[in-house]
Design a protein. Sequence first.
Length: 139
Amino acid sequence: MKSEISTGEFAARFPSSPRGARLARRLVSCRLDEWGHPYDGPVNEAVTPIAAELAANAVRHGHVPRRDFDLRLTGSAGTLRLEVSDTRTERLPEPKDPRGESGRGLLLVEALADKWGVTPRQPGKSVWAEVHVSPATQR
């Protein structure tokens, strides 16, 4: 019997702290598993590090005192989209030289995602990444 891959939407607000970033990463991985993308499968192994990096960046570079960050994971029609939003607008993310001291995390996002970008919002910005899911990568 072929199992159905269910996708939908998961959205949550997290404290802008290292603990909040870890919780965001774990919940994304759990939700992907519930949607039929097992923990040790290629989709979960691609999207979870993206979630970790975007959440960590929201905490490290997008932090505004007493403001949380939002995470939204959606899945439909063969694409998973992850968005992490913070309230800071003056620090826009961009990949850095891999030989530098910092900024290499977005190179990981760039390597794992099929597309990624930044969308302005009020207040702040959303950094998003999309991963295309083929039937062969599903449980």
